[in-house]
Design a protein around this ligand. Structure first.
Ligand SMILES: Nc1ncnc2c1ncn2[C@@H]1O[C@H](COP(=O)(O)OP(=O)(O)O)[C@@H](O)[C@H]1O
Ligand SMILES: [Mg+2]
Length: 294
């Protein structure tokens, strides 16, 4: 049996003369949370649109739930949920009204639709807001309703394109909890994000894209360790960081950095050593590295 939910080989996409995806290879195991992490304009939405059959690639093969996205488009569509695309929220209806309508449109009977609506309102923390019109909803509530609507009919694979962009901290946390709950129920989740923290918190596996390529792939821990070892920070009297140096974590190199800079700083300057964060990884992979000469 195929254990991959998504399999992408040599995927290419151009718009006009501009190459957006330049030979992407990816494999997403079933039941995992996979994050495609990249800065704005990296091609994340384009990638999700191709995987969900909304646009066609120029080259490469893509299988979703074992089906070819070009040859078996309908089978792919019936295997996936896509937030904010197939589902159109009606502003004038209540949350309940929207969910019931989507239930009926998806072929559920009236009573099935009612039962499913009750389940989803509870799951997405929308019980109190159930009978309010959507136009009065906050951004976070709207995002949760949107997700609930896309899940009226449970599908094996869920695509989330930047699910928490623009949300406040509390709404973001609520959505993260829901994503983790959905994953625990066995759904494969493919999400895109520009937030390192989001990928770090949620994903079993992360692929970083920049300039059309996957520049790194692995678990958050693997990516962090790839970047090397501890980062040395120099802090001033006000505890502000004045300089940082990535190291390979060896005693030799830590000593070398400290010896090299001993003379540059006054006694008020403090040194601390920390593990690399996802920010270090992301900067290292997607930006031109600032030259650190010792
Ligand atoms: N339909 C389109 N026509 C022309 N260019 C596009 C189209 N869609 C996306 N692009 C371009 O492709 C690049 C990647 O866009 P996108 O996939 O939206 O990136 P992301 O979602 O990572 O921010 C951008 O430079 C964008 O302007
Ligand atoms: Mg996008």
């Amino acid at each position: 049996m195929n254990q991959l939910a998504i399999e992408v080989k040599g995927l290419q996409k151009k718009f006009g003369g501009k190459i957006v995806l330049d030979g992407i290879d990816l494999a997403v195991p079933k039941g995992k949370i996979f994050a495609l992490l990249g800065p704005n304009g990296a091609g994340k939405t384009t990638f999700i649109n191709i995987l969900s059959t909304l646009i066609v690639p120029d080259a490469g093969t893509v299988k979703v739930a074992g089906y070819d996205i070009v040859g078996n488009k309908e089978e792919v569509k019936s295997s996936i949920s896509l937030t904010g695309q197939f589902a159109a929220v009606d502003e004038m209806l209540t949350a309940t009204g929207n969910l019931r309508m989507m239930g009926r449109l998806s072929g559920l009977s009236s009573s099935e639709s009612r039962i499913r609506t009750t389940e989803l309102l509870k799951y997405f923390d929308l019980v109190e807001a159930a009978n309010r019109r959507v136009k009065t909803f906050s951004g976070g509530m709207r995002r949760r309703l949107d997700l609930a609507i896309s899940l009226v009919v449970g599908r094996a694979i869920l695509f989330l394109d930047e699910p928490t962009t623009g949300l406040d901290t509390r709404s973001r946390q609520l959505l993260w909890d829901i994503v983790l709950k959905l994953a625990a129920s066995g759904i494969t989740i493919f999400l895109t994000t520009q937030y390192l923290e989001e990928a770090d918190q949620l994903a079993d596996e992360i692929a970083v894209i920049a300039n059309g390529h996957v520049v790194a792939q692995g678990s958050a821990e693997e990516l962090k360790s790839r970047i090397g070892g501890e980062v040395i920070e120099f802090r001033n009297e006000k505890d502000q960081i004045i300089r940082e140096f990535p190291t390979d974590g060896s005693i030799h190199e830590l000593k070398r950095v400290l010896d090299r800079y001993r003379g540059n700083y006054t006694d008020g300057v403090r040194v601390s050593i920390r593990r690399p964060t996802m920010d270090d990884v992301f900067l290292d992979l997607t930006m031109n590295k600032q030259e650190v000469s010792l």
